[in-house]
Design a protein around this ligand. Structure first.
Ligand code: MN
Length: 375
């Protein structure tokens, strides 16, 4: 199989920061940008300079870090927004217009041809000033396909280097995404970007489906943070890009650390059962599973935890078995007879059924009780 021809544009510092209540400091943005660069992400969207003078300062600072990644920022389709991007010395500007009739009617209150003509002036202006230009169609998934086609073709004629399809409200399924991207790839002459939101829980699925259908630039955020239900998660997309897309060049082992940083800086903790970076992504309780994992982890782990800097954990509870308990007891440096293991296992199960968590401290007490009872 030919590896997917893709690059990653991580938008944690821009779309991710649009998560309600989230604001990163410039120092935090630099730490996140540095780790994204270490992973090998090709483009980092650093912010939206016209939001505030501080935001503009942050974008300029990240553009000056000397990272390998190209630095991008957001701009409305206006000359002053593009000038702000030029002031920040970014490599790429993402110029967006909403293209659906619904958005045009309520946001611009002008005919769509007028909206497009004005946007194309901003695209040409940015192109003439030496910026790489991404021309983004907001709410593309609810846009009249004929108009979207016109937006992309004319954007490309005016100097857009990349054309971005945004499923702004997360209304597509993977099958619909496949159809859309197959069609677009065949009619446009520039690389396509997939920008997917997670309102129906399909953001990652849609992003990797777009990649398989020929999309080039995939937009992600760390931990999937973003407005409403968030964006496609970097860690999920990168695992799929490696295991399904055959792309080997990213350093995934930093993902767990990056996830913790973004959780800390954003105040948004990933769910325990969040794929790849959740506290339980590599946790096992079932005795049947653990006995098999001790033979070969691949039996119950598709993603090796070490690939993403994660750690396998065994949790004791009502589903535990003797082998799991023996393993955990041994890892605490203790030794128990078969009879003692069975007795401790009974108590572990009963505690769990009473909704008590069997922490290592609790287990140590059970072991001690059992030994003292036996002596
Ligand atoms: Mn978005």
């Amino acid at each position: 199989m030919k590896p997917w021809n893709i690059e990653i544009c991580d938008v944690t510092l821009r779309d991710g920061e649009q998560t309600p209540g989230v604001s990163f400091s410039c120092e935090e943005k630099q730490i996140i940008a540095g780790l994204l660069d270490d992973i090998g992400v090709e483009v980092i969207e650093a912010g939206f300079p016209v939001v505030s003078p501080y935001e503009k300062h942050c974008v300029r600072t990240i553009a000056g870090m000397g990272l390998d990644a190209r630095i991008c920022c957001l701009a409305r389709a206006r000359q002053d927004d593009v000038e702000a991007a030029i002031d920040c010395s970014v490599d790429m500007v993402s110029i967006f217009i909403a293209t659906s009739d619904l958005h045009i009617k309520h946001k611009y209150k002008k005919p769509r041809e007028t909206v497009l003509a004005q946007a194309l002036e901003a695209v040409a202006f940015a192109h003439d000033h030496g910026l790489q230009v991404r021309f983004a169609a907001e709410d593309a998934s609810r846009t009249d396909p004929a108009f979207l086609h016109e937006v992309f073709v004319r954007g490309s004629e005016c100097g857009a280097d990349l054309l971005s399809f945004a499923d702004t409200v997360g209304c597509l399924t993977p099958l619909e995404t496949l159809e859309v991207f197959r069609e677009l790839v065949s009619v446009v002459d520039r690389p396509l970007c997939a920008h997917c939101h997670n309102d129906m829980g399909c953001a990652t699925a849609n992003t990797i489906t777009a990649a398989a259908a020929g999309a080039f630039q995939l937009h992600t955020t760390v931990n999937g943070i973003g407005e409403r239900a968030g964006n496609a998660a970097l860690e999920e997309v990168l695992v799929a890009v490696k295991l399904k897309g055959g792309v080997d060049r990213y350093n995934l082992s930093i993902l767990s650390k990056l996830s913790r940083m973004v959780a800390q800086f954003s105040g948004i903790m990933p769910d325990k059962i969040k794929p790849v970076v959740g506290a339980h992504a590599f946790a096992h309780e079932s005795g049947i599973h653990i006995a098999a994992i001790l033979e070969d982890p691949a039996t119950y782990e598709y993603i090796p935890p070490e690939l993403v800097g994660g750690q396998r954990t065994f949790i004791l509870g009502k589903h535990s078995g003797k082998r799991a308990l023996e393993h955990v007891v041994a890892s605490l440096g203790c030794e128990l007879s078969k009879v003692q293991i069975c007795a401790v296992l009974d108590r572990v199960k009963r505690l769990s059924e009473e909704k008590c968590t069997v922490t290592p401290e609790v287990l140590k007490r059970l072991i001690k009780d059992e030994r003292e009872g036996a002596s």
